[in-house]
Design a protein around this ligand. Structure first.
Ligand SMILES: C[S@@+](CC[C@H](N)C(=O)[O-])C[C@H]1O[C@@H](n2cnc3c(N)ncnc32)[C@H](O)[C@@H]1O
Length: 249
């Protein structure tokens, strides 16, 4: 199917750090939000969901108690983690811009992987994939983790994780060198201590940055009836814009 290999270290040689720095149990609230929006957006029952950019399966490990999932991701290393965590979930390797599974679902979703869509054309292709895999009346749910309106220059965070004798400090910095284009750079520094011995690794990801109006328009152009689902009464302090699109019947 021709999905290009990932150059991102977090999804290749450093993928083992993912469960340490962003453990599955942190995704319970997000999985519940997806489930609520999927059910609210779809006409009829939601029994099967396509998760594009499923990563290490951390969202899936919380979502699987509600619904049957098929996950797609570009990275073989992340898919290995996901399969180990969720043996009951179906996982396939593919690019969310081009994958075609030849079947439809009641729901489709993209969580934090949607940031890898760096241009409006990429975003449109990912939305077209979701649209194509939905039955009429099915719902697509995603969120603009990096909406242009909410971007904070030089935003930086550090998080810690540990497993046995291995400790990881993961530092993330977000910087937009050119506000006129549709992307920014996320630079990751990993301080890895194995039984106290330090190694420092770095990783750079270029991510998409669009105004929420672009999201709305692109979803509409993909064929969806669009609903901007936030602010949601369940999480009023979370400013991240969520979108629910329904495939017309
Ligand atoms: C932050 S991780 C997602 C983690 C996931 N939410 C979880 O629960 O573990 C982002 C994922 O997006 C995937 N990705 C990036 N570009 C992609 C593309 N074009 N198609 C499919 N997956 C992609 C990466 O391989 C990576 O696994």
């Amino acid at each position: 199917m021709g999905a290009a290999p990932s150059r991102h270290r977090l999804y290749t040689d450093l993928s083992w750090t993912w469960p340490l720095i962003s453990p599955p149990e942190h995704y319970a609230g997000e999985a519940r939000e997806f489930w609520n929006f999927l059910r609210a957006g779809a006409v009829g029952k939601v029994r099967e969901v396509l998760h594009l950019g499923c990563g290490g399966g951390h969202v899936d490990s919380n979502l699987k108690k509600y619904v049957r999932i098929t996950g797609v991701d570009l990275s073989p290393s992340m898919l290995r983690l996901a399969r180990r965590l969720n043996p009951e979930v179906t996982y396939r390797r593919g690019d969310m811009r081009s994958v075609r599974l030849g079947r439809t679902f009641d729901g489709a979703m993209i969580s934090d992987a949607v940031g890898y869509m760096r241009t409006p054309r990429d975003l449109a292709r990912a939305f077209a994939t979701a649209f194509r895999h939905l039955r009429p009346g099915g719902a697509f749910v995603s969120y603009a983790e990096h909406a242009r309106e909410l971007f904070e220059q030089n935003w930086t965070q550090a998080i810690r994780g540990r497993r046995g004798g291995v400790e990881v400090v993961f530092i993330e910095n977000r910087y937009d060198p050119d506000p006129r284009d549709t992307s920014f750079e996320a630079t990751f520094v990993y301080l890895i201590r194995r039984h106290g011995r330090l190694t420092v690794e770095t990783d750079r990801h270029i991510l998409g940055l669009f105004p929420t109006a672009t999201w709305r328009r692109t979803l509409r152009e993909a064929g969806f009836q669009v609903r901007h689902a936030k602010p949601d009464p369940a999480t009023p302090n979370d400013p991240m814009p969520w979108f629910v699109g329904r495939k017309p019947r």
